[in-house]
Design a protein around this ligand. Structure first.
Ligand code: SF4
Ligand code: SF4
Ligand code: FES
Length: 335
């Protein structure tokens, strides 16, 4: 079959340009196979990362037809089928299928599809991604774990550090302090590890302002693009639960975060994002320093078109409210 590859090309000092390549390929060819074909047969100057060709090393993440994914995992057949399900993609009307390939987001481009991942690695380092046994008697042989203890590490242990989640993270786009979904998924792996003896310090660290778990806007993108089903958002939620259970590190803002979330959903059926930060960080307009601290973030969100200017209650508000009230009543009767 014939296919068109529209590759967004760029160097550090130039504006992006779209370069189109036409090639003959099989439907089962991966996007990486096609890029290799372009590089080896048509244009040796095209730059991209690759290594294992088998969804192991995480090198070949890039934006494929609008979302971050591994080039060695996705193939032409699956991409064409995906595009056909997107009404505005126009791929049905076109006689030759088109693949649009762009570099990962939230990181500066070095050349073509190669991005500078320094911030990605620095943010991983910021969560201390190593099992700490400093304050513990180290056994002579090995640390034993039960199968149950080990199974808690399976999902997060699957992360191949590809950067797809980081590329799509809405919080990262507006808040350069936020460490990102990959780092927090790794952070939960440390919290869950029975060999680690630094949980209290970790939870304090991950609880910090909008740098840690509270910086996540729960947009779900990291879960939807992760090629290894690590589900970073689920891991972030588990860290929040741990923080809230450890009363000594659960400052009032963390507790307010959960309370405001429930109150707003009860009020409008879903979250009124305009009020969320004002109530959580600004403590219902009582904390002037907190309010001032989120002004720059608010301005960046408005500039990026990520701040909703109006709010409409959900049609199911009454139903949602009844459900929350029923749960609250049940909880109250148990206390
Ligand atoms: S859910 Fe949170 S961590 Fe995941 S992409 Fe959205 S903002 Fe980022
Ligand atoms: S969590 Fe998933 S998307 Fe994010 S770096 Fe790890 S494997 Fe990639
Ligand atoms: S080349 Fe290793 S994950 Fe794609």
């Amino acid at each position: 079959m014939e296919v068109l590859f529209k590759v967004i090309r760029q160097t550090e000092n130039s504006s992006p340009v779209v370069q189109t390549y036409r090639l003959e390929a099989e439907p089962g060819n991966t996007i990486l196979d096609c890029l290799n074909q372009i590089k080896w047969e048509q244009d040796g100057t095209l730059a991209y990362r690759k290594n294992c060709r088998n969804t192991i090393c995480g090198s070949c993440a890039m934006r494929i037809n609008g979302r971050s994914a591994l080039a060695c995992k996705e193939n032409l057949r699956s991409e064409i089928a995906r595009l056909e399900n997107i009404p505005a993609s126009g791929s049905k009307a076109s006689s030759i299928p088109e693949m649009t390939i762009a570099p990962l987001g939230n990181m500066p481009v070095i050349k073509d599809l190669v991005v500078d991942m320094s911030s990605f690695w620095d943010n991983l380092e910021a969560v201390a991604p190593y099992v700490s046994t400093a304050g513990r008697q180290v056994p002579e042989k090995e640390f034993l774990q039960t199968p149950q203890e080990r199974s808690l590490l399976d999902q997060t242990g699957n992360c191949i550090m590809c950067g797809a989640c980081y590329s799509e993270c809405n919080a990262r786009e507006v808040n350069s302090d936020f460490v990102g979904p990959h780092a927090l998924a790794k952070a939960y792996r440390m919290v869950a590890d029975s060999r680690d003896d630094d949980t209290e310090n970790r939870l304090e660290n991950y609880n910090e302002d909008t740098k840690g778990v509270w910086g996540c806007t729960r947009c779900f993108y990291c879960n939807s693009v992760c090629p290894m089903d690590v589900e970073p958002l689920e891991q972030i939620t588990k860290i929040k639960q741990e923080i809230l259970q450890h009363k000594q590190v659960a400052d009032s803002r963390s507790i307010r975060h959960r309370k405001v979330l429930v109150d707003l959903v009860k009020e409008g059926g879903w979250i009124d994002e305009r009020k969320f930060g004002l109530h959580v960080v600004g403590n219902y307009f009582k904390d002037l320093t907190g309010l001032l601290s989120i002004v720059p973030l608010g301005m960046r969100m408005i500039a990026k078109g990520k701040f909703p200017l109006s709010f409409e209650s959900s049609e199911g508000t009454q139903q949602v409210r009844s459900l929350i009230e029923a749960v609250q009543q049940e909880e109250g009767s148990r206390e």
